[in-house]
Design a protein. Structure first.
Ligand SMILES: [Zn+2]
Ligand SMILES: [Zn+2]
Length: 115
């Protein structure tokens, strides 16, 4: 339903130096690395938190975390679309909660893209 977007989790985590080094080694990165990542799933979702850390080409690196465990993964992405295919879900395959296009826009740490 348009106009009833759901809130985003926005749980925050800081990347470790080892994770930053791994991400910095990715060739052709899509954006600047951010040490602070915000969970992009629907608020009060079950399971671990997920935030995109970096992207390059067709691949995306996501950090999956919950208390006591964290892991960088390169997941398949959710195939869901809206608006006749013009809008795609930007979350990993089988994510819990609403698709990204059903969520309220979070304050993106990556929104300022230098030209
Ligand atoms: Zn979360
Ligand atoms: Zn989705």
């Amino acid at each position: 339903m348009a106009g009833s977007r759901r809130p985003v989790c926005e749980d925050v985590i800081m990347l470790t130096n080892a994770e930053l080094a791994e991400l910095a080694a990715i060739p052709g990165p899509a954006h600047e690395l951010e040490r602070a990542l915000f969970c992009e799933l629907e608020a009060e979702h079950p399971g671990g938190h997920l935030a995109q850390a970096q992207a390059a080409g067709d691949l995306e690196w996501w950090l999956c975390w919950q208390p006591g465990t964290r892991e960088l993964v390169v997941p398949d992405l959710c195939p869901a679309t809206a608006d006749g295919g013009d809008t795609v879900c930007t979350l990993p395959l089988a994510h819990p909660g609403a698709h990204s296009f059903g969520l309220a826009a979070a304050a993106s740490p990556n929104s300022s893209t230098p030209a």
